[in-house]
Design a protein. Structure first.
Length: 432
């Protein structure tokens, strides 16, 4: 049995008991209410979902299993995955075991490469990644064991096995998408002496140790962002129907591919390069202000700014900014991001629509990738995906371990909402 499986199996009985007691004793205690605005407004702020892997504090940002992300910046991706799943950082032996386990799954079957090569040259890299994950579903251990009559108590084990098999392949798959889509030559084999994220950097075709460190940081920072973000929530809903991790991850990453979510990193670099093209280099503050207003006045959003939960600068943005300052503070693309950071929050505040005017994780990440030669911005969300798959899988495994039921909230028609308002407010509402 793998070390991560052993560690999780030790925690499960007490956690199951704790939750069962909580529901038994306090199952009817109210923890959230829902307003009309929330029902029509993307359920913003409604607390109707439990996620123990991480929590996003509006002012402090991402906290993984009680540890603020700023304190985890030097960790490896494997340590973060172990922490997300088990709730504690691994010891050296557990870490080595997880690393070996992931590497043992790194081989991508030939049919997957064939499908990716046959996709049209116009296919978006996210389309390629999601397709590759979906066609790996045939290998699901969860589905096979379910068909054989697996007990509910054991669902988590098969889910973890699928998760490890999928995560083990993801760096090779994602690097392959890059090399195939952008004609970079043959796919590169993983190196057994390297860790998960270092191998990813290697298979992308860049053996610069600073780039490998950036990839490590990138994987750590994007790994999880509690349960309500589009990708995690989508995967949660899909997996709650007992669809296996391949289905759940490909569904969640399809959500990450939207410009209001993970695709914002692609849109951000596009924005930065457009500003630079217009002003022939990094803009002055006045020029950046002018350009930002143009975007806003044309009815578009400024990518990389604003957030559904955060109400301060995203600590993940701060971490990327620190990395760039340390390694290439004079880079013109990064300088443009810096001018944006000084100017855009003020413009958004003046504009008065965005609840949070501060940068999120996507505002600066593209500038770092661009510096190391990954200039193909349509690829950026694939990098986000490799990392986010860790959080999605960790949330899925813990949900199965806690034997959570199918997710199925109640919806209402607008007529029902009108009737509820009439009852609550004692007024007669006009019919729509
Ligand atoms: N630029 C312009 N308008 C904005 C921005 C922005 N960056 N952020 C929010 N608004 C608008 C928003 O469109 C909405 O307008 P309307 O009333 O016309 O519909 C209004 O401000 C209120 O929205 P909020 O309540 O502040 O934001 P919400 O929680 O609905 O959405 C985001 C959060 C992240 C979707 C939104 O801030 C946004 O579209 N940001 C730009 C895209 C982006 O950076 N997404 C990446 C998020 C991080 N990630 O990786 O997933
Ligand atoms: C994320 O990392 O998922 C984004 O910041 C979006 C979110 O949390 O809603």
């Amino acid at each position: 049995m793998s070390a991560i499986k052993q560690a999780l199996s030790r925690c499960i009985p007490s956690r199951r008991e704790e939750i069962a007691n909580l529901i038994k004793e306090y199952g009817d205690t109210v923890i959230s209410k829902v307003t009309v605005k929330q029902a029509f407004g993307g359920m913003r702020g409604v607390k109707g979902l439990v996620c123990d892997t991480s929590f996003v504090d509006p002012h402090k940002g991402l906290i993984i299993r009680g540890i603020p992300i700023a304190e985890l910046e030097d960790r490896s991706a494997e340590e973060i995955f172990f922490l997300l799943v088990v709730g504690e950082l691994p010891d050296e032996k557990e870490l080595a075991d997880l690393r070996g386990e992931l590497f043992s799954h790194s081989k991508v079957p030939a049919y997957v490469w064939k499908v990716l090569r046959d996709m049209p040259h116009t296919a978006h890299p996210m389309d390629m990644l999601v397709t590759a994950i979906a066609i790996l579903e045939d290998r699901s251990i969860f589905r096979r064991r379910y068909d054989e009559g697996m007990r509910k108590e054991d669902f988590w084990e098969a889910s973890l096995e699928d998760s490890l098999a999928l995560l083990g392949k993801l760096p090779a798959l994602a690097a392959g998408v890059y090399r195939i889509r952008y004609d970079k030559g043959d796919v590169i084999e993983p190196d057994p002496s390297l860790g998960w994220s270092e191998n990813f950097a290697h298979m992308l075709g860049n053996d610069d140790p600073v780039f490998a460190d950036l990839m490590r940081l990138y994987m750590v920072l994007h790994s999880d962002h509690e349960g309500g973000n589009v990708s995690a929530f989508t995967s949660h809903v899909v997996a709650s129907a007992l669809s296996d991790p391949y289905y759940a991850v490909s569904a969640g990453l399809s959500g990450l591919a939207g410009p209001l979510h993970g695709l914002a990193n692609q849109e951000c670099l596009k924005f930065v390069l457009e500003v630079m093209a217009r002003f022939e280099g990094p803009p002055t503050s006045e020029q950046m202000e002018e350009y930002t207003w143009e975007i806003l006045n044309s009815g578009r959003v400024v990518p990389g700014y604003g957030h559904a939960v955060l109400r301060a600068t995203d600590p993940r943005f701060t971490a990327f900014r620190g990395f760039a300052h340390e390694h290439f503070a004079d880079d013109p693309v990064f300088q443009t991001v810096e001018v944006g950071f000084q100017v855009i929050p003020k413009v958004l505040q003046e504009h008065g629509k965005a609840v949070s005017p501060w940068p999120n994780v996507d505002a600066g990440s593209g500038a770092l990738l661009y510096h190391y030669g990954i200039t193909e911005m349509r690829y950026y969300t694939v990098l986000f995906s490799v990392s986010r798959a860790m959080g999605i899988c960790a949330q899925l495994v813990t949900s199965r371990a806690m034997m959570e039921p199918i997710t199925r909230p109640k919806s209402m028609t607008t007529q029902h909402v009108l009737r509820e308002v009439e009852e609550a407010e004692g007024v007669l509402m006009a019919s729509v």
